[in-house]
Design a protein around this ligand. Sequence first.
Ligand code: ADP
Length: 742
Amino acid sequence: MTRQQRNPATIHAGTDHQILEALLGNVNDAIVMVDLKQRIRFCNRAVEQLYQAHAEELIGQPLSSLYTVYWRTATDQAAAQQALDEIGVWHGVQRHHTKDGRNLTLEVVFQRLPRNNRYGADYLLFLRDIPERQIERQNFLTEASKLLADSLEYEVGLSELVRLLVPRCADWCVINMLNDQQTIEPVAWAHVDSGKAPLIEELCQRYPLDPQATTGSPHVIRNGLAEWYPLITQEMLAHMAKTEHERTLWSEIGCSSLMIVPLLRHGRAIGALTLAIADTNRRYTREDLALAEDLAHRAAIAIENARLYKAEREARAEAEHAAARSAFLVEAGVLLSRSLDYEQTLQQLADLTVPGLADLCVIFLVAPDGTIHRTAAAHSDPQKELQLLELQKQGAIDPHGPHPAAIVIREGQPAHNPDVTLALAHTALPEEQRAQIVEQLVPRDQLIIPLIARKHVIGAVALGIDQSNRAYTAADIAAAKVLADRAAMAIDHARLYRDVQEAVRVRDSFLLIASHELKTPLTAMLGQAQLLQRRLAATELATRDQRAIRVIVEQTHRLNKLVGSLLDVSRLSQGQLAITCTPFDLNPLVQRTVHDFQLSTEQHTVVCELPEQPLVINGDELRLEQVFQNLLQNAIKYSPHESQVLVRVERLNNQAVVMVSDQGIGIPEGAIANLFQRFYRVNSAASQPMSGIGIGLYVVREIITLHGGSVFVESTEGQGSTFTIALPLFQAPTAITTAAAV
Ligand code: ADP
């Protein structure tokens, strides 16, 4: 029988098919060609052997007459179909159930052929039987890959991997990794005899690998090439161990065959996998080495993925932490600017810092005598917070002593020390309390930042991480410094404010006492001087002497008014100035005051415009007279040249309005907001020569406010000013009005 006759797989007789037959007939892999309907057009001899069928009978039969495929899932089948449709080829592993009842695991390549080819076939199939051992190996690798991929912590994945490797591939194994410091450290190990695993650990720890070693893991990691020792002899072991103890460890662990494969990523070794057979006669083969390399390759990918994931997770955590830190600083800034009571604010700040930036926070302040005091404390654990508060009561800290806060305050430099609280507790407590406090308050990581205001160290803030796993990063330290700067500034402002308040209080009380003490003798002097003036008026007195007496009376009068005003200011600031109100018509009061002023000045014309109707208000006539006097006095005083002063009274809704306008120097715009403050005087070239102490307008505003009225000013510098006073008109009670009408 000719080959052509024996193998009717040829579709058509002819040279092409003979070539095809010649090419594929004797290939070891099974090769099938099918048309679009999956009818067999050609198959080689390997197909006959694999499926136990005759090729002649197969031609024209559907592919399913050879086998049925077990797809693991419908998705796998769809993916294969998609690959075939889109790229014209699918390569994978299939499980075939043959017509004679066998199950085969095959490596399959399904390839589309060019259309309308001369063989009348549309697809070509290569089918290669995978032996049982190879399937096992494949399954093992799949299992190992899954194990590695399932664990996001690569250290955990590697620990699981070594457990999978022992005893399947080794009696014991170790994975060494290159760490960030470029030193090699063991991360996972296992021994078939679990009692011997600690011996591997001891070997690794007591005899660390020499990074420059010319064999073993360091060498494999440096060169990226595997080492394979099918047979390790006792002599070789003795040579490897440097001490007697190391030799003992090696012989207890056992090592008769060994291979070390690199964990390679992008051509660089990131670690090495060591696999060893302890004492049996088994030897590692080249095939074992290939499997180990395959495993190491998968492990390296998994490690890299886990590292990337970890880096991404850490970056995300850091970003979230940074956002929280910024929010915390904003909140702390708001808190610090809210109040001038800094002791209270510092406690709130400590509370806010925990847990924002720390698990524990203590704020130390330097007292005027130089001693250091714990001013505020907070802890995330309420029990420990109580202990911190207990510490707070222990009294002052010696600024020259060894207390860590004292050192930071002395040196003005931040300290980052995880053991600082240990020292802190020791130096801060009596002997008998130390052990307990040390044990309970010691944080893992602590920062102490000095509080510096205007170049002076005024205290320190201590922050500690106790409970979480975090450690202070450079960004945390920067945030803590910002916090310390803001706190120091707030404390400094509050202290300055307190000092100013105290100075004002001292000044006010001095003013009250001084004006009070001056008032009595002055009143007596004025009375006597006026009496003398009246008595002498009837006598023939030289003009010179008359003038002298007049000057004495006038100046004593002025002095008396000035002291009276100071007394008013003191009383007003202490809330002691009372007004006695009765209803009266404002017009005559204004007219009288204007008249008196007109008499006292020749340089100015004081014009008074009054409404025809009376404007009755409920007020203190004497105090209001003082108000109009102050305004008129200023109008004249601050109008150095000949000019007119206009006083205009009118009714506006339910108010009596009095306007005092002058054509004087005016007031700079920037000064208007402060004009009614105590002791405020405009600091301008034009107003400098004018005498005064800056209390007239203050008294005006206070008296008007006591009357329920208001005062404001409009002015243009160089053109004059208008002061306007509005007072509520008197509303007679309805019952009385009715009675009067009757
Ligand atoms: P004193 O006149 O004693 O300085 P006041 O409290 O009466 O104190 O006035 C405060 C300041 O307001 C004055 O120093 C002056 O600079 C400014 N001032 C008050 N009234 C006038 C005015 N009519 N024209 C210009 N400046 C005025």
